[in-house]
Design a protein around this ligand. Sequence first.
Ligand code: R5P
Length: 322
Amino acid sequence: MNSKTNGNELLFFAGTSNPDLSNRIAEHLGIEVGKMICTRFADGEVRVQVQESARGNDVFVMQSTCAPVNDNIMELLIMLDAFRRASARRITAVLPYYGYARQDKKIKPREPISARLVADLITEAGAHRVMTLDLHAEQIQGFFDLPVDHLYAGPIIGQYLIDSGILAQDIVVVSPDVAGVTRARALAEMLGAPIAIIAKRRPEPNKVEVMEIIGDVSNKVAIMIDDIIDTGGSVVQGAEALQRRGATRVIVACTHAVFSGNATEKLRDSCVEKVITTDTIPMPPGKRFDKLVTLSVAPLVANAIQRIHIDESVSALFNNYR
Ligand code: R5P
């Protein structure tokens, strides 16, 4: 695909949150990551200076708003402001991981809706469009009054499973909670498998209790798919419950490997056979372990960027999925 249309050049810049992914995306785009200083002042304030002209160009700014979440969000906002003031023709915020997404509704009185607040900040800072992957809830798209291109890592995970020969087994795709059923159903359809659902409850934030499993998992290989693995509680307790119900093996997959606290140890020491995830969030060497497989979303994101640039359909990337 041509990277230039009507003289408006495609420029790709990135914050400091996930340099491996931004380099991979740039490689797939066949361009360099744009030159930009992104450092800190002595007191910790973010300092950004774009070092090449963005005037009149189609600018894509990538930042995963993973930990340190607040710093990475602030860096994103300041980058967007810089490009707006640099007269970019259009600015697309590319957010492989959208932090604060789980705070998308009031569950208890006097709680904020932080996912909406972050959307407002991104809009106010100067984004004209947003591209993101596997939002915790699809409805978060509506928190923006801007076009949102929502990508799914499911086909990448599904293809990996197919290539690993999983279809020779008797499999069931499992959603670790009721909210994730659409995600599990899409993968199940791709793999031609039935689904099962775990009903879980959270007595308090980051704590999980498995209540029930709906569907037949006995004598099957269970593939549990979630959007996020954070503390690992949902998938580890889910895996134990699946084994108690007769699942022969449990494989887990997610798009966003948040892996906070002792998630790595929990997953490593669990009955889970394999943990498949993507590179939307960087994985420091200390958090890697033998069972972990990391798939790259870079080709998908680069393809979507090119399509947005030349006004081609992005949803066409998922014609046979969802
Ligand atoms: C929320 O319900 C999400 O979809 C994930 O299931 C959740 O964030 C996983 O968190 P944890 O790994 O801490 O159980």
